[in-house]
Write a protein that binds this ligand. Structure first.
Ligand code: KG4
Ligand code: ZN
Length: 343
């Protein structure tokens, strides 16, 4: 079964063709970073307008890269939640029009479920049940993937998402937007022990996370140094911050494995591209005898291939949308039936 998948939830316009949920035939991602860079963050209206401009050429390119025509496509999958509402609506509107014109089934996909499914593309032997850390710009979840379409959130952030914390800390350090990847680069030559930063935790909820205190500690450290006329050693501060976030995420994933008795763990979402986190997860899995699935960097950030992968499993489970499909800015990853996407 060949699925054409579309993703427009934030600042990437993406289209992909995926066969049977596991094989990527093509994947095109148009990043809007240059359009938002000068504002230091994603400007929702600019994102929607850019998706409107790029969705058709990106889709055409995905089809031509795969050497396919619309006649050879069996179904259309689209991210319908969560994300920037104006951005999501561009993809949903486009997918609805295409499904109507070509008489193909339409499958709504939850963005976070898509991140989980990026692991199926990277690790062919991976099958539920497993535990997945999804850490992105908008979410930080520890998910028990019970089967392809049944997910239980075991832990989540109570405030900032891990990626958001990376971006805000990086901005305070004077690094360009989006900061996560720049902070990662700076941390590579740093000593994580020079600056002492708090360990993020939530009292009484061992699997929940909190990153705003850590971010504030970085801001305070930089402000205090500025007032005293002292210089900050950027690589050391970046390394200390990265180590704290990576440890918080890794520790909770391992704790969830202990609590559930599951021996397969995975990580997905933009933050799973982080070098320190990947090293920590790889080492922890090796020393504890756990099987680890870590998608390549190309599948960590937003893309449509992951939406095509999850779309296949949603389709198998009978999920279909009609012409009344809507988009939602927020929706639990535990609920993703067609009706859940309608208002
Ligand atoms: O999954 P994603 O592409 O989009 C969302 O669904 O949010 O995640 C983007 C987030 C941004 O906050 C970005 O700074 C962060 O992932 N990120 C990283 C790295 N690469 C991307 N954070 C830390 N280290 C990285 N190498
Ligand atoms: Zn994402």
């Amino acid at each position: 079964m060949i699925i054409l998948a579309l993703e427009t939830s934030c600042d990437e316009t993406a289209a992909a063709l995926v066969m049977d949920g596991r094989t990527v035939l093509s994947s095109v991602v148009h990043s809007q970073i240059p359009e938002h860079e000068k504002y230091g963050g994603v400007v929702p209206e600019i994102a929607s307008r850019s998706h409107t401009e790029h969705i058709l050429p990106v889709t055409r390119r995905a089809l031509s890269d795969a050497g396919l025509t619309m006649e050879e496509v069996d179904a259309i999958a689209v991210t319908a939640a969560p994300g920037l509402i104006g951005a999501l609506l561009v993809g949903v509107g486009f997918a609805k029009g295409l499904a109507l014109a070509t008489q193909k089934p339409l499958i709504p996909v939850h963005h976070i479920r898509g991140h989980v499914a990026s692991c199926y593309l990277a690790c062919p032997d991976l099958e539920p049940p497993f535990l997945c850390l999804v850490a992105s710009g908008g979410h930080s979840h520890i998910i028990h993937v019970e089967d392809y379409t049944t997910m239980r959130v075991l832990g989540r952030t109570r405030d900032d998402a891990a990626g958001e914390a990376f971006d805000k800390a990086a901005r305070a350090m004077g690094l360009p937007y989006p900061g996560g990847v720049h902070l990662d680069r700076a941390a590579r030559t740093g000593d994580p022990t020079r600056y002492s930063l708090p360990t993020p935790k939530v009292e009484g909820a061992a699997l929940d996370m909190s990153f705003s205190g850590l971010k504030t500690a970085v801001l305070n450290l930089i402000n205090t140094a500025g007032q005293r006329g002292e210089a900050i050693h950027l690589p050391d501060l970046a390394a200390a911050f990265e180590a704290r976030v990576a440890h918080a995420l890794c520790h909770r994933l391992l704790l969830a494995a202990e609590q559930t008795g599951l021996s397969t763990i995975a990580a997905a979402g933009g933050v799973s591209a982080n070098t320190g986190l990947r090293q920590m997860l790889t080492e922890a899995a090796r020393s504890r005898g756990l099987t680890l699935c870590l998608p390549p960097l190309s599948l960590c950030g937003d893309n449509a291939a992951m939406i095509g992968a999850q779309g296949y499993y949603e389709y198998q489970a009978g999920v279909r949308a009609g012409s009344d499909l809507n988009a939602r800015a927020s929706l639990s990853v535990e609920r993703a039936l067609a009706a859940d996407f309608s208002l």
